[in-house]
Ligand binder design. Sequence first.
Ligand SMILES: [Zn+2]
Length: 271
Amino acid sequence: MTDWNLTGNIDLVDAHCHLQDGFLRHGLEPALIRARAAGVRMMCCNGTHQGDWDYVLGLGRRHPDICISLGLHPWYVGERGPRWLERLEELVADHPVGIGEIGLDNALAERNDSEQEEVFLAQMELAARHDRPVTIHCRKAFGRLADLVGGMAKRPPFMMLHAYAGSHEMVPVFEKLGFHISICASITRTANRKARQACARVSGGRLLVESDSPAIAPVGVDFERNEPAYLPMVVEVLAELRGERAEDVAALTAANAREFFRCCGGGRTGS
Ligand SMILES: [Zn+2]
């Protein structure tokens, strides 16, 4: 199903996906079989709102190769209930999960920046209190994000900018703040010069790869039908853009992701 042409012992970790959404909700089992056959040894699944946290936790319980993060995504900030943060903190205290997907999105038609920032910072502080890794979504708010995180007295132990869509100039700024940077299939579109330039600047020790499935499919695949099994296509293009071997990019990003999610059981699968 991909043009993956590596042979031997492939080792891949999908650092960010939503296995509870879209066609994956009812088609997960065959998609997991395809992912494992493609060499994906761990998938990091993110809840996005209170309504999916329990379901996502259940996925992690049933599958040892699915590692879980829970959070309130900026798109769902307006729908949060009065006790959302207490509920999230209870779940985080009781389960080995990361915090995500959280973030800032200034590309929404209806802007609610101050509400988003309040919700974002509350979850960042929760992650810092419980020593958990954080997965962050950011659109058109990169400067603001750097300012907010830079101003935190105590930061979470690991922070990831997922599906990185910032400029290549901002890559070293975020790395200095302690971020990992996760690359998705947007780099498979040759017209996306910004993403293709940025991915080449990420330091090896901070590089991650993700499917963000079921969204952001690689070029040639129906956009909403993405799944972890397509991750090799991201790795191949990334390796080409960085002038590295695909096997090395796969191994490096897998090791980085296991370290990032170690406290969430991320180190228990694969090599
Ligand atoms: Zn996502």
